[in-house]
Ligand binder design. Structure first.
Ligand code: ADP
Ligand code: MG
Length: 266
């Protein structure tokens, strides 16, 4: 049990990689939906682009003040979590104002702890909270890392996949020393894996050589149904449950649950 956790039963996972387009949002949405088959799940959209909110079918005019208000402490966190049309899956949405949040917080006290404070208020309401981070290591991502028990890092099976990862690992170390001693690496998940492309296998080998068991066994394949589902405002599981993408995200959820069980037993 981590002392930072909002409750012994609520796990908070930041989905982070400062590179854009590596599958953070896709992983957050689809892992959330897969976990929601068994648990109460909250997704926190911390990217001003709001792709996770859109990907779960929440149109702009349906969004409340969301993550921005949570960071600015302008609203009670319970009032910010909105149900989605998917069972057991709620969201705190990103709206346009979130883009200005980093600048607005810059001189504030406890600016690194804003999200943590907000999520603590939701203690016990959810089994897992997943945070979709923006593609940077700025103050928003820092808030996510301070609020979380662990970090899940999507790694796209492409050229330069590992580039920038050492910087991310250093950032996690720094956060651990300065703000959140219990933060750990949940794992690295390989995304957009293409069996027909040798490069995918090379990246996978590289990552496993470098990070060993921290690389999760589940490979997320490149699958058109995943991106189609997103454009329909739906997790792939609720769009085409038999697609390779849906099956992979279910496997990822199971793998994480099992690893967590083993970790808490240990
Ligand atoms: P990030 O949040 O890291 O910027 P996204 O999750 O938005 O990355 O993914 C970038 C793009 O790649 C999106 O258009 C998404 O639909 C697509 N994509 C992500 N994962 C897959 C996948 N496994 N198969 C096919 N397309 C994918
Ligand atoms: Mg994204």
């Amino acid at each position: 049990m981590s002392s930072n956790s909002v409750s012994p039963t609520t796990r908070i996972i930041a989905v982070t990689n400062q590179k854009g387009g590596v599958g953070k949002t896709t992983t957050t949405i689809n892992l959330a939906a897969a976990l929601a088959r068994k648990q109460r799940v909250l997704l926190v959209d911390l990217d001003p682009q709001g792709n996770a909110s859109t990907g779960l079918g929440i149109e702009y005019d349906q969004r409340n003040v969301g993550t921005y208000a949570a960071l600015m402490q302008e609203a009670e966190p319970h009032a910010l979590a909105q149900p989605t049309e998917f069972e057991n899956l709620s969201i705190i949405t990103a709206n346009n104002e979130l883009a200005g949040a980093e600048l607005e917080m810059i001189g504030d006290e406890r600016r690194e702890y804003r999200l943590r404070d907000a999520l603590r208020a939701l203690e016990g309401d959810y089994d897992t909270i997943l945070i979709d981070c923006p593609p940077s290591l700025g103050l928003l991502t820092l808030n996510a890392l301070v609020a979380s028990d662990s970090v899940l890092v999507p790694l796209q099976c492409e050229f330069f996949a590992l580039e920038g990862i050492s910087q991310l690992v250093r950032t996690i170390d720094r956060v651990r020393r300065a703000f959140n001693a219990d933060l750990h690496l949940e794992g690295i998940v390989l995304t957009m894996y293409d069996r027909r492309n040798n490069l995918s296998e090379l990246v996978a080998q590289d990552a496993r050589g470098f990070f060993g068991e921290q690389v999760l066994e589940t490979l997320i394949p490149r699958n058109i149904r995943i991106s189609e589902a997103q454009s329909h405002g739906s997790p792939v599981l609720n769009y085409d449950a038999r697609s390779t993408g849906a099956v992979a995200y279910l496997a990822l959820a199971d793998e994480l649950l099992k690893r967590n069980e083993n970790r808490t037993k240990a």
